[in-house]
Ligand binder design. Structure first.
Ligand code: HEM
Length: 407
């Protein structure tokens, strides 16, 4: 058996086009749209020799692989490393990186903590915080929309909703980025992330413990499940860790990317101002258009086929969500940002049993921010060209200086 990037190099069919591309090339990560287009153009699947993996980027096939948990498992890792043959950098997530029946048990607990009811109770406080922040930014006028807005808002409201008593903005944002970089190959991004991990992980681990959490919040609901015997105390800590891994950097990216979309498309921003109820759809369309999680993997658990294409057991498959969300086969005017589109079924939040369990929280945060922006901001001007922060799984801005003009 041959291994590449800590997974099994399977003998895939000669019919699958071979493409000697590096999806983790920094230039592609910063500007992935041409890569997405070529990936779709070359075929339903391509074989990427340097990583001995398949990649898919057309909507139908990507959706099929990403959602069929029996044929394409998550328990062997959603990055390049196959946990059945190599050790991950940290203990795997007990919700994202497991399959049923174990997944069903942990997912039930985390879904309860993040239930629509629990999230709706936070709406007023999210709206108040969003208003305070946007008022401050309007006074400042010119600022970095990444650090001062898209990071500042989730870091203000989300850890408090979990029940954290101590806030360390950098550690919270960077922890997500380190985890997402770990999903890629052994490249500079993954290595730099791991070098940071030794500082961040002890702090995060301490925050996941029962005694670090307030008696109310998502974390407390998870520990209540431990008290009821549904999960162990250790599993409760692991689920709180999942919230901190998956709930900060993703939302930061989703909010930042939406501001970018609105700044780049002033006509769409005018529509939002005219009808602030479009706050949610504007966010949803930005998720489709920019895919904050650009790609995650699955591993074939058996010899199978997708759309008539044979996929051998053990094959790692890169599911390029960012490409599927721009597939012209699925979306009309796919390469345009249109806030009235209603992009039902986009893959930015996943699909099937692993579909984002925190999506209500992400939407509630975004709705709070973009409703107040719609009501109070007259125009969003880019001061200079935004820069993107390459990450092996996340498509995020690094900095974006903007000016908010008052109504
Ligand atoms: C815009 C923001 C967000 C995006 C783009 C996003 C994206 C995703 C995606 C694509 C998946 C599917 C992963 C897979 O199938 O392998 C997922 C799952 C997950 N997300 Fe989110 N997410 C966001 C916000 C959040 C928030 C706020 C939380 C926590 C409150 C969260 C917690 C999770 C967890 C725990 C899972 C694993 C669920 C499972 O495996 O059953 N996410 N997310």
């Amino acid at each position: 058996m041959q291994f590449v990037e800590d997974h099994i190099a399977t003998a895939v069919s000669h019919d699958i086009p071979v493409w000697d591309v590096d999806p983790y090339d920094v230039e592609i990560l910063k500007n992935p749209v041409p890569f997405y287009a070529e990936l779709r153009e070359r075929g339903a699947f391509v074989y990427i020799p340097r990583y001995a993996m398949l990649a898919c980027g057309r909507f139908d096939e990507t959706r099929e692989v990403f959602s069929d948990w029996e044929r394409f498992v998550s328990s062997r890792g959603v990055g390049l490393i196959d946990f059945s043959v190599a050790k991950p950098w940290r203990a795997p997530s007990i919700v994202l990186e497991v399959d049923p029946p174990y997944h069903t048990r942990t997912r039930t607990v985390i879904a309860r903590a993040l239930s629509p009811r629990a999230v709706s109770e936070l709406k007023d406080s999210f709206a108040a915080e969003a208003e305070k922040l946007v008022d401050e930014l309007l006074e400042i006028g010119e600022f970095d929309a990444v650090g001062d807005l898209s990071e500042a808002f989730p870091v203000k409201v989300f850890p408090a909703a979990v029940g954290l008593q101590e806030i360390n903005k950098r550690a919270l944002v960077d922890y997500g980025a380190v985890g997402f970089n770990a999903l890629g190959p052994d490249n500079e991004l993954r290595r730099t992330g791991w070098a940071k991990a030794s500082e961040i992980v002890p702090w995060i681990t301490a925050q996941c413990k029962r005694e670090a959490l307030l008696p109310a919040g998502f974390g407390a609901t998870i520990y209540a499940a431990a008290d009821a015997g549904e999960i162990t105390e250790e599993e409760a800590g692991m689920l709180v860790r999942s919230l901190l891994s998956a709930g900060v950097d993703t939302t930061v990216t989703g909010i930042g990317n939406t501001i970018w979309c609105l700044a780049e498309n002033p006509g769409e921003f005018e529509k939002l101002k005219a009808d602030p109820k479009l706050a949610r759809p504007a966010f949803e369309e930005a998720l489709r258009y920019t895919s904050p999680v650009h790609s995650f993997c699955r591993t074939a658990s058996l010899d199978t086929a997708v759309n008539g294409i044979a996929i051998p057991k053990d094959t790692k498959i890169l599911c390029v969500l960012g490409s599927a969300n721009l597939d012209e086969r699925k979306w009309q005017r796919a390469n345009r940002y249109e806030i009235e589109r209603k992009p039902v079924g986009h893959l930015a939040l996943g699909v099937g049993i692993h579909g984002c369990v925190g999506q209500n929280v992400a939407r509630a945060e975004a709705e709070a921010v973009f409703t107040v922006i719609a009501k109070k901001v007259g125009a969003i001007e880019l001061v200079d060209a935004p820069t993107w922060r390459p990450n092996n799984a996340i498509h995020a801005l690094d900095s974006m200086r903007v000016r908010f003009l008052k109504h």
